[in-house]
Design a protein around this ligand. Structure first.
Ligand SMILES: *[C@@H]1O[C@H](CO)[C@@H](O)[C@H](O)[C@H]1NC(C)=O
Ligand SMILES: *[C@@H]1O[C@H](CO)[C@@H](O)[C@H](O)[C@H]1NC(C)=O
Ligand SMILES: *[C@@H]1O[C@H](CO)[C@@H](O)[C@H](O)[C@H]1NC(C)=O
Ligand SMILES: *[C@@H]1O[C@H](CO)[C@@H](O)[C@H](O)[C@H]1NC(C)=O
Ligand SMILES: *[C@@H]1O[C@H](CO)[C@@H](O)[C@H](O)[C@H]1NC(C)=O
Ligand SMILES: *[C@@H]1O[C@H](CO)[C@@H](O)[C@H](O)[C@H]1NC(C)=O
Ligand SMILES: *[C@@H]1O[C@H](CO)[C@@H](O)[C@H](O)[C@H]1NC(C)=O
Ligand SMILES: *[C@@H]1O[C@H](CO)[C@@H](O)[C@H](O)[C@H]1NC(C)=O
Ligand SMILES: *[C@@H]1O[C@H](CO)[C@@H](O)[C@H](O)[C@H]1NC(C)=O
Ligand SMILES: *[C@@H]1O[C@H](CO)[C@@H](O)[C@H](O)[C@H]1NC(C)=O
Ligand SMILES: *[C@@H]1O[C@H](CO)[C@@H](O)[C@H](O)[C@H]1NC(C)=O
Ligand SMILES: *[C@@H]1O[C@H](CO)[C@@H](O)[C@H](O)[C@H]1NC(C)=O
Length: 429
């Protein structure tokens, strides 16, 4: 659990709920000079068990009246500490650390008191609960700079989510003068389009990958049974995987209703399969055939099956090694039915196809042609082409033409009927 603390920080821009009064404090040294200055808005959401109605989520704000008991400017051995006490027995503290050029937050300690029945009515257990967030809040700030962040930032633990916004903060203030030199957080800078979720871990696939990499190069793969080619595949492959999955697995993030949509803001990483360093292996049977593609960190396999004289793609399996911090991303789905084609033909689709394999994995294919069964002389048989490949634009003028023709016919027929009616009309008089 601890591992995830501070792992998922989120930043949203331009939120419009900044009306309430911000807390503003400064910690002073013996000479009455400010050493820590802070102004910020903060909300806590705590999940607690009640006597009568299960667990409950309670959200409350940091009030603007706090006491600073225990706060200190620190010295060469003790870290500066900002310690806020509020309500009945709740407290929040943040200590700081620095090196020669930057300072940053070291840990946030949040203590809430379940005895406070005003905030936690009907609490099952009593007493205080302390949660420590070894979070990068604030992130490294150049010394003698004030940190500013209007965007929302959050730290989470199993039972607690804290969000901050409108933060202005400086530690290691020199000469008691708050700096006029501000270091604005990245989330406030509109020129950084970046993803909403920041994952401060070493990933081999950058989460900030350009929105859309180039179209992948199509690779040619063939599998033989003895000396006879039994499976042919030509495909440009692109993986689209979500990173949030691994993150969720690492920590059981406890979602709170209105945070849900933020946390669901997953980062999709798009990876092209490079055929030049991918090798294909596989096997053929009478009613199943498989193709396994292997490159450095990626393993992708396709299983084809036969049903009612047709073949189809039944299973796709993916494994990315070292996806996040060396942990593997493994997903598969054995209940697919894509690319259904009659036996003895090949399936072709030049257009891009986006195949949903699992919730966290989509496979995009380009310039695709496959024939997993009945390959004759190492060549593809006639192709069944996907619908998307047909250029339907020519149908539009045709449809307009037909509609017009039909309209003319309709007018003509009604004219004839009208004529006939009026004719009969005359006779009856
Ligand atoms: C520090 O300054 C405040 C006002 O700025 C003053 O009320 C207080 O007495 C001072 N304390 C000391 C120890 O100088
Ligand atoms: C903070 O909590 C208060 C309720 O205590 C709520 O009205 C407000 O919308 C919350 N702000 C944010 C940004 O969630
Ligand atoms: C800050 O506080 C945490 C929790 O008490 C502690 O583990 C950490 O060592 C402190 N950081 C520094 C720089 O003293
Ligand atoms: C809830 O249960 C605890 C322990 O059984 C008890 O001490 C406490 O008074 C109860 N609280 C309420 C509000 O009934
Ligand atoms: C603090 O004061 C000292 C001496 O008065 C000065 O040399 C130093 O530049 C000052 N630092 C800042 C950040 O103003
Ligand atoms: C503000 O901080 C930056 C980075 O530390 C520094 O380069 C610059 O000189 C500072 N400006 C002022 C006016 O102190
Ligand atoms: C795959 O085969 C086609 C047709 O033979 C060829 O045009 C294409 O260059 C081949 N692709 C690769 C990556 O070798
Ligand atoms: C990846 O999948 C996500 C979610 O379905 C989608 O929004 C995004 O456009 C996809 N990206 C590509 C390049 O297919
Ligand atoms: C508290 O939040 C969690 C996660 O969103 C949710 O599953 C649970 O139902 C919430 N509990 C209450 C009492 O609203
Ligand atoms: C593979 O080769 C063996 C022996 O040559 C043959 O009996 C079998 O039918 C072949 N399988 C396929 C799928 O062609
Ligand atoms: C990733 O690896 C680094 C260095 O080994 C470690 O500090 C960090 O906690 C790891 N992150 C996760 C999410 O496991
Ligand atoms: C992921 O898949 C690879 C290759 O199939 C396998 O070696 C590895 O054990 C799998 N890892 C997990 C966690 O399932």
């Amino acid at each position: 659990m601890r591992r995830c603390v501070g792992l998922a920080l989120l930043c949203l821009l331009g939120l419009g709920f900044l009306q309430s009064r911000a807390l503003q404090v400064d910690v002073k040294d013996d000479a009455n000079k400010t050493c820590i200055y802070a102004s910020m808005m903060m909300n806590f959401t705590v999940r607690y068990d009640t006597n009568t109605s299960g667990s409950r989520n309670k959200t409350f704000s940091l009030p603007s009246d706090v006491t600073l008991d225990g706060s200190s400017c620190g010295n060469s051995t003790v870290a500066p500490l900002l310690w806020l006490h509020f309500g009945s027995g709740h407290s929040w503290s943040l200590n700081f650390t620095r090196n020669a050029t930057v300072y940053k937050g070291s840990a946030i300690t949040f203590t809430y008191n379940l005895n406070d029945s005003h905030v936690f009515p009907d609490a099952k257990t009593k007493g205080t609960v302390t949660t420590v967030f070894k979070a990068a809040f604030p992130p490294p700030v150049p010394l003698h700079n004030i940190y500013k962040c209007n965007s929302v930032d959050a730290v989470m633990a199993e039972e607690v989510i804290q969000i901050f916004w409108n933060v202005t903060l400086q530690a290691f203030v020199e000469n008691g003068t708050i700096s006029s030199n501000a270091s604005q957080c990245e989330a406030d800078t509109p020129s950084t389009p970046g993803p909403v979720t920041t994952i401060p871990t070493t990933t081999i696939y950058s989460p900030t990958t350009a929105p859309r990499p180039d179209k992948p190069i199509a690779g040619n793969y063939s599998i033989s049974n003895g000396s006879k080619v039994c499976l042919l595949a030509t495909m440009g492959l692109q993986l689209n995987v979500s990173q949030a999955r691994s993150e969720e697995n690492q920590c059981d993030i406890f979602y709170i209703d209105h945070f849900k949509s933020w946390f669901n803001e997953t980062t999709w990483v798009v990876i092209n399969i490079d055929p030049s360093n991918t090798n294909g292996t596989g096997s053929c049977d009478n009613d199943t055939a498989s193709l396994r593609l292997n490159s450095n960190n990626t393993f992708l396999s396709f299983l084809f099956a036969v049903k009612n004289n047709h073949f189809y793609l039944k299973e796709v399996e993916i494994s990315l090694l070292g996806f996040i911090n060396g942990s593997a991303f493994n997903e598969s789905n054995g209940n697919l039915s894509y690319w259904e084609t009659s036996l003895g033909s090949s399936y072709m689709c030049h257009s891009e196809q986006r195949l949903q394999v699992t919730e966290h994995f989509l496979l995009n294919t380009f310039d695709l042609r496959v024939q997993p069964f009945h390959v004759e002389n190492g060549n593809y048989s006639t192709a069944d082409e996907c619908f998307a490949d047909f250029d339907l634009s020519f149908l539009i003028p045709m449809a307009v033409g037909i509609a017009l023709g039909f309209l003319i016919l309709l007018v003509f027929v009604s004219y004839l009927i009208g004529r006939k009616k009026s004719h009969t009309g005359y006779q009856s008089v």
